[in-house]
Write a protein that binds this ligand. Structure first.
Ligand SMILES: [Zn+2]
Ligand SMILES: [Zn+2]
Length: 399
């Protein structure tokens, strides 16, 4: 697959050593990050794709150009040479679970850069889970990393002290569409949406310190270091180059990919219908977890979810029974802090930002409620860091 398992293991160890924590927040090179289950991210993506069609690319996926640009600029400003930074970033995304990645050829002066990703976490999921992809999503392509690499190439060129021309990509082979791997060629070319997007995203979002300065931050309950280290110790490279725990494939990405690209931007553009899409995708994932852990019952599955989501960088989560309702708290919520910072910086009315997590809990509990003939619960977010509250508080109760 172009990258040996041994190499990947070394990269993952490196990555683990370089993660820093601030309370329950996971940091890497100046940005906040979180791990996500591939099953969850792909369910969300599929639902968004169904509803938004090809515009998913312009609304959500273009954003990876900005976030990869920020990540690689950060590696360069840390003292790595620009060309080396591109190689380093390829190793990083392999270790981050997206798929072993190799730069096949790179001419940053022309520019023309060819990048190959093996066993892509995204493409392999679509290949294995969407029957006749060509018919269902004829517009499918792996734009995440196509755009992502335009951002990388731009950062490298600027790091070399030159001015980067407008860049575009084409995916010349795709695993999801029957290819052996995914391959993108990054070249000079106009991509109108990209420059438009750049002007709408406040730069402060690409720095953890700035987000923190905008939103404040609260004290940390529990023992984050021990929990997060415990989770990281379980994370391993598999023979096929994927990264995960047990059968679950996991992906690490900057928090802003989830909180801004996947949440704030589509909500801002398409409004409330996104919540319906999100409810469906997250409910479905909650049910998937319940099915996997059925023998542990509702409480067991919920506990597992809260503990793992907390250790994966989403904020510290706790839930308990309060009469006939379930109370659900998140401290240092990734959605709350970053979504809140985004709306504040853009001068938009504050609004709660963490309901998606509540939808997962809905999915878990309703799976068991259904079996017991009980009425389904619905989640509502009553307090949120994004609105200036000290923590996020959700209630789940029968409709
Ligand atoms: Zn692909
Ligand atoms: Zn919140």
């Amino acid at each position: 697959m172009g990258v040996s398992v041994e190499e990947l293991k070394r990269s993952l160890d490196d990555l683990k050593c370089n993660l820093r924590f601030d309370g329950w927040r996971i940091l890497y090179g100046g940005m906040r990050y979180a791990f996500i289950s591939r099953e969850l991210l792909m369910r969300i993506t599929r639902e968004l794709m169904r509803v938004l069609g090809p515009s998913l690319k312009s609304v959500v996926l273009q954003f990876t150009a900005l976030s990869c640009f920020a990540e690689v600029s950060c590696i360069i400003s840390g003292g790595t040479s620009p060309e080396e930074a591109a190689e380093k970033y390829a190793d990083f995304i392999g270790a981050a679970g997206w798929g072993p990645t190799r730069i096949v050829s790179a001419d940053f002066e022309k520019p023309e850069v060819t990048v190959r990703m093996y066993n892509s976490g995204v493409a392999s999921w679509f290949r294995d889970n969407v029957e006749s992809l060509e018919k269902v999503f004829p517009f499918y392509e792996c734009a995440w990393w196509g755009y992502g690499w335009t951002g990388v190439v731009k950062a490298v060129i600027e790091g070399m002290g030159a001015e980067a021309p407008p860049l575009t990509y084409r995916e010349t082979e795709c695993l999801a569409r029957g290819g052996e791997y995914c391959e993108w060629v990054i070249t000079r070319g106009d991509d109108a949406g990209l420059s438009q997007l750049k002007s709408t995203i406040p730069r402060e979002l690409f720095s953890y310190e700035s987000v923190r300065a905008v939103i404040g931050g609260n004290t940390t309950p529990g023992n984050p270091d021990e929990s997060i280290r415990g989770f990281l110790n379980l994370l391993e490279v598999k023979e096929d180059g994927s990264v995960g725990i047990g059968r679950e494939r996991l992906l690490l990405a900057p928090g802003i990919l989830f909180s801004i690209a996947y949440s704030m931007l589509p909500i801002e553009k398409f409004g409330d219908m996104i919540y319906a899409v999100y409810r469906r995708a997250h409910n479905e994932y909650g049910r998937y977890l319940s099915l996997q852990g059925e023998k542990y019952g509702a409480e067991g599955v919920l506990k597992f979810f809260l503990a793992s989501a907390s250790s994966m960088g989403w904020g510290k989560m706790d839930a308990w029974l309060d009469g006939s309702r379930i109370k659900f708290l998140i401290h240092q919520s990734l959605y709350g802090e970053e979504g809140g910072a985004y709306r504040k910086l853009r001068g938009l009315r504050p609004q709660p930002a963490c309901i998606s997590i509540g939808y997962i809990v809905e999915g878990i509990l309703n799976y068991f409620a259904e079996q017991e003939g009980k009425p389904p619960l619905a989640a509502r977010e009553e307090k949120c860091t994004a609105k200036g509250d000290e923590h996020c508080e959700l209630t789940l109760q029968a409709l």
